[in-house]
Design a protein around this ligand. Structure first.
Ligand SMILES: Nc1ncnc2c1ncn2[C@@H]1O[C@H](COP(=O)(O)OP(=O)(O)OP(=O)(O)O)[C@@H](O)[C@H]1O
Ligand SMILES: [Mg+2]
Length: 503
């Protein structure tokens, strides 16, 4: 029964005290359709998904599923009606292993394993504690769990935001294949290439209100952005000229010198220099050692080999606090661990001001407030629900993790996928900020799962594959196809044999 209306929502509203999360949202989904749900950070996308799947109750509005008016009172009711979500934040219980997580959610194991395999994860250890799995793998497991219940409508809330290119492709394949069975998908992403690759229509939210429903055709992107923002946005541009690192600076001792670094099972042999005033990109497919690299540099785990020098001095961080004390800070991809969820936006941004060693000078509350305000303003953080960070939308939480270091100023910023889930407009604010930090003398190491960001934000990029640096590019040469080839181990440089993927 292709093309029958399977889900419709009309005039949905949701308020939290004075905060209006949704003011008038409407949506129609036919069977076999893939609908993009779009909108800037804080527009109300996740709120709508949670309402449709019974995680929260709307203040008002009407929902019909398969032609029947229905109040979805709980996730179990939603699932019984065929609506199954993958929420924006990972939903595995962190302290339980995979098997126990499945048991808890009544997920059938065989279908789950089938989907894990389809999604390209072939070496899952079911007895691994969830929090030990890389964020990307946790997300794939969330998806496999949802697929295992064969939903009529699958709701994916930024499912791909933490995934590297190769895994995104697998997810897009699975999404496309839902159509073949007349199943539908509501797909949330800030990435246009994904939307145009799989979606039939886009439903656009602005400030809690549905402002458009447009077919996905060539060239519709500008129109959608205009609907999302209520104004046109200028094209992505490389932010300023690449920092012209003077020959003196280059000749000088690098801020960070990494040699033959090895850690865990995946990072085998990584070497690079990062200079003051430079933004160095790191690109790679999932599981090539990037997680381990950043964790070692941030003092979270210990290397098994190699050396790290900061300003020419050998360094051996035993704890993240050692790294922070050296002005060497880490913005993790997993925001949940980086934020005090029950504290305010301001407290979270100001946090490092209070942990800074006293030798860096006394705390000046006036100056602190000014810097925090400036960071909120620069990153356009939606502060309507600022009393507790957990009430912010996912993208706004992500901004807070970056804002604190922008406010403080750092010597080295280690950014792991910092723009995950951040909308187009704000992304274009973040690249210049990273560049500005560099121009003021900081150095920035940036891993990103969005390869186009390398050219927009970095001076140089290294590509990591099989735990080693296999290539290095200047920004002007680091376009997406080039990086992608290198990330798949396909560079033609003679003399350097490429390890097998996953080796
Ligand atoms: N529990 C809550 N209390 C107060 N305000 C809330 C709560 N939950 C959400 N909000 C607010 O509702 C608005 C919409 O949030 P929502 O998470 O739906 O946005 P979103 O479109 O998913 O954004 P993003 O792209 O950043 O994920 C935001 O202003 C948010 O702060
Ligand atoms: Mg959201």
């Amino acid at each position: 029964m292709a093309d029958s209306l399977i889900l419709s929502a009309k005039g949905v509203t949701k308020t939290y005290g004075a905060v209006v999360a949704l003011s008038n949202a409407s949506l129609e989904v036919h069977s076999g359709e893939i609908i993009a749900l779009m909108g800037a950070n804080g527009a109300g996308k996740s709120t709508l998904v949670k309402i449709l799947t019974g995680a929260i109750t709307p203040s008002s509005g009407e929902i019909e599923i398969k032609g029947r008016k229905q109040t979805v009172r709980s996730p179990a009711e939603a699932r019984a009606a065929g609506l199954v979500p993958v929420y924006q934040e990972p939903s595995l219980i962190p302290d339980l292993d995979v098997t126990d997580n499945l048991r808890l959610g009544n997920t059938p194991v065989e279908p789950f394993r089938h989907w894990v395999d389809e999604l390209g994860v072939h070496d899952l250890d079911m007895s691994e504690t969830a929090y030990r799995l890389p964020l990307a793998i946790q997300r794939v497991l969330d998806l496999a769990r949802a697929l295992a219940s064969e939903p009529d409508v699958l709701l994916l809330d930024e499912m791909t935001a933490a995934l590297p290119t190769d895994m995104v492709e697998k997810v897009l394949d699975v999404v496309r294949r839902q159509k073949e069975h007349d199943r539908s998908v509501i797909y949330i992403s800030h990435r246009f290439p994904e939307i145009s690759a799989v979606c039939d229509r886009a439903n656009v939210l602005r400030d809690g209100e549905t402002v458009g429903d447009v077919d996905i055709v060539d060239g519709v992107e500008d129109h959608i952005v205009e609907l999302m923002l209520g104004a046109p946005v200028k094209a992505a541009q490389r932010s300023g000229a690449a920092a012209q690192i003077s020959t003196e600076a280059k000749a000088a001792v690098p801020r960070l010198r990494v040699r033959d670094l090895a850690a865990g099972t995946k990072l085998t042999d990584v070497s690079f220099d990062l200079h003051a005033g430079e933004v160095l990109g790191v690109a790679g497919l999932e599981g090539q050692g990037q997680d381990e690299l950043f964790e070692v540099l941030a003092g979270i785990s210990r290397p098994t080999g190699g050396t790290i020098e900061i300003d020419g001095a050998a360094t051996d961080f035993h704890h993240p606090a050692d790294a922070i004390a050296a002005g060497h800070v880490y913005v993790p991809g997993d925001r949940a661990g980086a934020l005090l969820m029950q504290r305010s936006v301001r407290e979270n941004i100001a946090l490092p001001f209070h942990t800074r060693p006293s030798r860096w000078g006394p705390i000046n509350m006036g100056a602190e407030k000014g810097k925090v305000d400036a960071a909120i303003e620069r990153l356009q953080i939606d502060t309507r629900a600022q009393g507790e960070v957990q009430r912010l939308s996912g993208g706004n939480q992500q901004k807070v993790t970056i804002a604190r270091w922008i406010a403080l100023g750092v010597r080295t910023l280690l950014c792991f996928d910092p723009t995950r889930g951040i909308d187009v407009r704000t992304k274009r604010e973040i690249y210049p900020l990273l560049r500005e930090l560099a121009e003021q003398g900081s150095s920035v190491l940036l891993y990103t799962s969005e390869l186009e960001e390398i050219q927009l934000a970095c001076d140089r990029a290294v590509v990591i594959f099989g735990g080693r640096v296999v290539d290095e590019f200047k920004a002007e040469d680091a376009d997406e196809p080039t990086l992608m080839r290198a990330a798949y181990g396909l560079t033609d440089a003679p003399g350097s044999p490429r390890p097998e993927v996953g080796a």
